[in-house]
Design a protein around this ligand. Structure first.
Ligand code: C5P
Length: 221
């Protein structure tokens, strides 16, 4: 039996961006590298958890001992999360899921003709929100990338999505996305703690310790 602060627990993690197809050769996506999610997967595994990682398209090796599922779209990420969440006690949603997707995916490549064309977008499913509202036993951790009013937006998001914890980081040029260092302001219903700025790997270890502590003190599962 493994030891560590998450020994005996199953953790499900979403990571990376999603890709929302426009036609067979084009898609909408974002700058998420997946680094924070992959570092958390490795840290949870090192802390004794059984870890499953649902990853959007990223260029990262799978941490040793982690079971990885590759997906592309938000819908595929939701379907896989629904399939895997049953046995998990903890869900950590680091994925930068696209907020909108093209309303219709064209079967054929969109041809260049008019000088301008309009794209109609529709909302993607809220993976973390859906799971946390339905799976009441689950300890849910969300991320919030904000450019301003970190605490207010993060706490509102935690309430709206019914989360046990939310990790906020400021994003902008050279911050948060696609860099190796990160700093987090972590909030839970009764408190908060600043972690970092540190390398994402070291930060992941500290966050896992905090998640384990909050999970152990919580009474909702
Ligand atoms: O809704 P928003 O993107 O601001 O919230 C961010 C948090 O919600 C992150 O933890 C992210 O992984 C998760 N999320 C999700 N599905 C979405 C949008 C965000 O799981 N469609």
């Amino acid at each position: 039996k493994p030891d560590g602060v998450l020994a005996g627990l199953r953790v499900l993690i979403t990571a990376g961006p999603t890709r929302e197809a426009l036609d067979p050769v084009r898609f909408l996506t974002n700058r998420s590298s997946g680094k924070m999610g992959f570092a958390l997967a490795a840290a949870c595994q090192a802390a004794g958890a059984q870890v499953e990682l649902i990853a959007g398209p990223v260029n990262l090796p799978t941490p040793i001992g982690v079971r990885r599922y590759n997906v592309e779209s938000a819908q595929q990420m939701l379907d896989k999360a629904n399939e895997r969440v049953g046995k998990a006690q903890i869900l950590i949603a680091t994925a930068a899921v696209a907020d909108y997707r093209p309303r219709a995916v064209q079967d054929d490549k969109i041809k260049k003709s008019s000088d301008s064309i309009a794209l109609e977008l529709e909302k993607t499913p809220d993976i973390l929100g859906e799971l946390s509202r339905r799976e009441t036993h689950l300890f849910t951790v969300g991320f919030a990338a904000e450019t301003r009013e970190l605490e207010r937006y993060a706490r509102a998001k935690m309430q709206r999505k019914n989360l046990d914890m939310i990790c906020a980081n400021e994003v902008g040029p050279g911050q948060g996305f696609d860099v190796d260092e990160n700093a987090l302001l972590v909030f839970w219903p009764g408190g908060q703690q600043q972690l970092g700025p540190r390398h994402k790997r070291a930060l992941a270890g500290e966050l896992v310790d905090l998640i384990a502590t909050r999970y152990a003190t919580g009474d909702e599962h």
